[in-house]
Design a binder for this molecule. Sequence first.
Ligand code: GRF
Length: 205
Amino acid sequence: MKNIVILISGGGSNMRAIVQAAKKERWRERFGAQVAAVISNRPNCAGLAFAQSEGISTAVVDHKAYAKDGRLYVEGADPRATFDAALAAAVLAQRPALLVLAGFMRILGADFVRQFEGRMLNIHPSLLPAFPGLHTHQRALDAGCRFAGATVHQVVPELDAGPILDQAAVPVMVDDTETELAARVLTQEHLLYPKAIERFLSGLV
Ligand code: GRF
């Protein structure tokens, strides 16, 4: 069985879309793949409750616990590196064929990424290479873009770079607010990500 592990930080709407697609599109039968676990860096986030309701294993690797005042802080060690190592261990425990970042809001270090490069995907809410980083929708509005969208890409050590698997574009309306544009893009993300994962699972990537 090809295990898919999904990393989330909050509501996990992309994770929900992937879980639902895995069932509806019969990934187990068609690709021998399943969503084996959902892991969050934020305890008690809504996405964890959804995954548990679907009978999917969940885990929390709380980045705050590894910070300088956290209960798992290692004196003299880089808190980010300690967190990344703990997260990598939690992911590897699931024997992943594919690691999916879905609304995961931590920047992962190169050492972490290199352990999964080639089997690690992310969805970014812009038409990369435009607007890597944060506040992508407001930046697109400020730049007067006529189109915005989302990108599914392979994760490499450089932030929001890596080979693009697929993209979805949406029109930017004249009076769009950031919230309205974000919602229009998110709707497309929920269609784009499962399809991109299917292509990865079918060996087309
Ligand atoms: C969304 O803005 C999405 O574009 C980005 O992360 C945010 C939350 O996604 N990937 P989700 O609802 O947690 O999947």
